[in-house]
Design a protein around this ligand. Sequence first.
Ligand SMILES: Nc1nc2c(c(=O)[nH]1)N[C@H]1C(S)=C(S)[C@@H](COP(=O)(O)OP(=O)(O)OC[C@H]3O[C@@H](n4cnc5c(=O)[nH]c(N)nc54)[C@H](O)[C@@H]3O)O[C@H]1N2
Ligand SMILES: Nc1nc2c(c(=O)[nH]1)N[C@H]1C(S)=C(S)[C@@H](COP(=O)(O)OP(=O)(O)OC[C@H]3O[C@@H](n4cnc5c(=O)[nH]c(N)nc54)[C@H](O)[C@@H]3O)O[C@H]1N2
Ligand SMILES: [Mo]
Length: 771
Amino acid sequence: MERRMSVATHWGSFVAVVDSGRLVRIEPRDDDPAPSPIGPGMVVAADDSARVLRPAVRRGWLNGEPRTHGAARGTDAFVEVSWDHAITLVSDELRRVRSQHGDSAVFGGSYGWASAGRFHNAQGQLQRFLALGGGYTDSRNTYSTAALEVILPHVIGGHPWSYQSRMPMWGAIAEHCELVVAFGGLALKNSQINPGGLAKHQTRDLQRRCREAGVEFVNISPIRSDTADFLDAEWLPVVPNTDTAAMLGIAHTMLVNGWHDEDFLRRCCVGFDRFAAYLVGELDGVRKDAAWAAGITGISREAITDLARRLTDRRSLIVVNYAVQRADHGEQPIWMSVVLAAMAGSMGRPGCGWGTGYATMDATGVAEGRASVATIPAVPNPVPDFIPVARIADTLLHPGEVIDYDGKRLTLPELRLVYWCGGNPFHHHQDLHRLSRAWQAPDTVVVHEAWWNTTAKFADIVLPVATGLERDDFAAGFSDPHLVAMPKVREPAGESRTDHRIFAALAARLGFEREFTESRSESDWVRHLYEQTRAALGGDAALPGFDDFWRNSTAELPALTGPFHGSFEALRADPRRSPLSTPSGRIEIFSEEIDSFGYDDCAGHPRWYEPAEWLHAGLSDRFPLHLISNQPASRLHSQYDNGGHSLASKIRGREPVTIHPSVAAARGIESGMVVRVYNDRGSCLAGAVLSDDVMPGVVQLATGAWWDPVRPGLSGTLDRHGNPNALTADRPCSRLSQGPSALSALVEIEPYDGPLPEVLAFAPPSLEPPS
Ligand SMILES: Nc1nc2c(c(=O)[nH]1)N[C@H]1C(S)=C(S)[C@@H](COP(=O)(O)OP(=O)(O)OC[C@H]3O[C@@H](n4cnc5c(=O)[nH]c(N)nc54)[C@H](O)[C@@H]3O)O[C@H]1N2
Ligand SMILES: Nc1nc2c(c(=O)[nH]1)N[C@H]1C(S)=C(S)[C@@H](COP(=O)(O)OP(=O)(O)OC[C@H]3O[C@@H](n4cnc5c(=O)[nH]c(N)nc54)[C@H](O)[C@@H]3O)O[C@H]1N2
Ligand SMILES: [Mo]
């Protein structure tokens, strides 16, 4: 008999149809107006041949062969072992590393999205376990928005993500705004997701409502389809990584014509005069006028002048997405966009001004926030050391080196044991060849995974985990007001176990099981976290009891409404009474603090720096195409690349790469051909899609195809499948944020003439039974 059960994922809520314990299919929920096709495709992956079914240990590691440098991580076979043996190996190794090298030698930064669910939060579980065991080196900031997270608190104050409740929501934009200028567009493909889950996808309809209300949209982006067709956006293709120059040209035009909002700049900002001196060329002899900007950005002088006029004439909103800051000097377009909005006259007016990350998920611009929801409790980490998240390969390669970070000097720690749980560094990190060299440095790499992805194949000890469909939990997304029940819809595949159960067993061996579990079972925990949330909100009046919630699958939380600290409306009304939490209390167009750091790659005010790799760099003689490695429409990063929806998007088994027809024609590339994308760092195969949606000079290859190196130990080896991080540079945005600059990479592309190698990304490694 078929049963219907609630499912919650980062890409929405669904209904699982289960028959005699078997997952038959996953269907959209009736009340979701724009369900994601990623959900139904999950069924294909649930029991595929890539599932990790038993604990496995790399043969060389198990045999006690030399572990560091020159070891066979990534090429060796694995030996399957019992859980008891695996728990002994991991607990002994943790004890050894801690006693011989100290607690900071354990890396638990473990960046990654893992799955929805308040209790089975992979990083939460790992970090609670490692903190109770003595501590670990952590990572700081995200691959999503590292540059933004570091620069914004200097410029507008507040928590790095406070912008979410301080920028206008779509509803207010529809009501009050006349013109939205979007740097990097407003891609609907990205609003399929919300970290933590969501009940109903709303962004599409909210965007549509703006258009119906007459709001005009301008899409400044290398890719036309970064805005939905129904927005009728004017498309201004921009040379990638030159948004700051475009904004400077607009700002200069406003300034010399006297169109800028002098009153707001004087009352609510500091440092405009010093910035204006830079703009007009007093500091470096270069006028950042519209002609100058046109030469850099490829946007015409007329279009730049026109934008300056329209932004100041109308009630306008300037938005930047996250991709523009995931680039060399990524701090600048974020900072400069705030300055431009301050000049334009709409900052702090309803539905107008400035915002970031609209449509990067179905949360930003949808709702300001929701009541807080309990999660697995964190334990303070006794180890103070951390690394900026994207400096992992640097840390492994150069322990002891000192780097800058937001005015501090950090000494990179020596990591001996890397413990990854809930992330996929062999998808997410830049320059995977460099990462695989760095990855040979530690003594031991432990990974919890459900599938034999590249990170699992590059580990020493792989512990198989239950997926989000295989455990009880409940979900609450970012800003989303719904709690969604996540009952286990099927048993964990093979011998896999929840992360929690694995850590509980390790904690038992290491003598702190009671501290870790607090003597609760997993189902006790789920009920406890729900009841804790309910009690904090005032009990019955706010939320139904747990059993009612579990039966109904969904409950609604109170939304958070303002006034929010740091509101630009309050600032405009009275900067003395409602200051920002910046040093000056105002928007910092010039930051004395950043200036005092003395960085040569991030000055005291926003400015144009040439990226290391862009279309006007010398390197473009050899690699004339800018690689846009954006988020995939068909999956979440690398998750469910083995799901039905992502598999259906592949071309002859490879990730699609989108090329302008003129670029393709010049190289003899036809639609559907397998091509080789390459530069000095590496190369990958991909399947050609021709479209004039991408500007000539740009190729688009989404992230997340599981990296499939032909010879895993060999630097630069061909990737058969199409992961763009085989090509990207592992270069920090600047000394300020040390963020990832994935979107600053040049490549060339050619037809692939050789015999087509079989894609082995989804094949498990060679597995041996225990001897
Ligand atoms: N070139 C380039 N690179 C990029 C980007 C880019 O724009 N360009 N974008 C970057 C960005 S913004 C991000 S956020 C990162 C994303 O990078 P990640 O967050 O690392 O990517 P995911 O594929 O989501 O990896 C999550 C992994 O966790 C596993 N997992 C899921 N649930 C669980 C669980 O409950 N327990 C355990 N143990 N594991 C689980 C999944 O199987 C998957 O392997 O990528 C970054 N990399
Ligand atoms: N379906 C799906 N949705 C996702 C994700 C996913 O993996 N899959 N990942 C989620 C995560 S973790 C994040 S952080 C967000 C990321 O959200 P974003 O960073 O905004 O998303 P991207 O798709 O990487 O980039 C959006 C567009 O920016 C444009 N762009 C790139 N470089 C430049 C530039 O230099 N200038 C300008 N003007 N435009 C540029 C590209 O054309 C690209 O299509 O998305 C989230 N949403
Ligand atoms: Mo992200």
